[in-house]
Design a protein around this ligand. Structure first.
Ligand code: PMM
Length: 275
């Protein structure tokens, strides 16, 4: 999944694709480079971000979604608002990526259920204006798994088919660096939800996030700028896919596509070995 942030202020690529023509061209580039899905978003969720008015979010994403869908791309709409999801689906999006897992807008699950599309349900504890206040856990993997389980109960209660749900541990959303690493090491526990016979597909979105820059800090302790953490993202992609992740959400496609192919081959071989 390649990212098209149609925002002035996303931490990873803010401002680069605010112009709709540039955003559309970028989405087509990502597809040409091997992305299977383009994820179009119009509201930054960087730490400290304030909400964007809905009309601004709509005017950012709709022309980009419809042009990319018309060009044949599988478009996911990255939004916490049911109305934005609904209009983006009408414009040709075929998947909803909700970083609040249905918590920010109670109407979202019903919109997704009515459309019958895949729904990426992300672990979230509140808006980005207070990103790290709620980042308090005793056992982050167990708590994220259980809180995603509560979201699953709520959204399936609203009519969403569990077969359409993709779970996401929400790296960085109410998580400190150490929490993100524990979650990456515990992906299988998050996918295996009590009461469901099969593990859920998982999406991992580590690309350019601050915990990578922190790990790669220079000798003076200053974090590596996120634009220079793309190789680390490729490493996470390989490890996450080898651990069973279904999808990775990334800003730069080429190295990640290769990593997905290598890790998929590796995983197939390991699974054959245990049969
Ligand atoms: N993170 C961001 C935006 N959208 N979607 C999913 N499913 N999971 C995430 O962790 C996620 C997301 C914020 O990152 P960005 O500003 O680089 O897009």
């Amino acid at each position: 999944m390649g990212v098209v942030n149609v925002t002035p202020d996303s931490f990873s690529d803010g401002g680069s694709w605010l112009d709709p023509d540039l955003a559309i061209a970028h989405g087509l580039d990502l597809i040409g480079q091997g992305a299977d899905i383009v994820d179009v978003g119009g509201e930054s969720t960087r730490p400290g971000a304030q909400r964007v008015p809905m009309r601004d979010e709509l005017s950012r994403v709709l022309p980009v979604v419809s042009a990319l869908a018309r060009a044949g791309a599988l478009v996911s709409i990255d939004t916490m608002r049911a109305e934005v999801a609904s209009q983006a689906l009408a414009a040709g999006a075929r998947m909803v990526n909700d970083v609040s897992g249905g918590l920010a807008d109670p109407e979202m699950p019903a919109v997704v259920a009515a459309a019958g599309v895949p729904y990426i349900v992300v672990h979230w504890r509140g808006h980005s204006s207070d990103m790290y206040g709620p980042a308090v856990y005793d056992d982050v993997v167990a708590e994220v798994r259980d809180e995603l389980g509560l979201r699953l109960a709520a959204i399936t209660g609203a009519g969403v088919d569990p077969a359409q749900v993709i779970l996401d541990p929400g790296l960085g959303f109410a998580k400190l660096a150490g929490h993100n690493w524990k979650l990456l090491a515990g992906l299988d526990r998050i996918a295996a939800q009590p009461g469901y016979p099969q593990p859920f597909p998982l999406l991992v979105a580590a690309s350019r996030k601050g915990f990578l820059g922190k790990l790669l800090a220079g000798p003076d302790g200053s974090a590596r700028p996120f634009l220079r953490s793309d190789e680390a993202t490729v490493a996470v992609t390989a490890l996450a896919v080898a651990a069973g992740a279904w999808c990775v959400r990334v800003h730069v496609v080429p190295g990640n596509v290769d990593a997905v192919r290598v890790a998929t081959r590796w995983r197939l071989e390991s699974m054959a070995g245990v049969r």
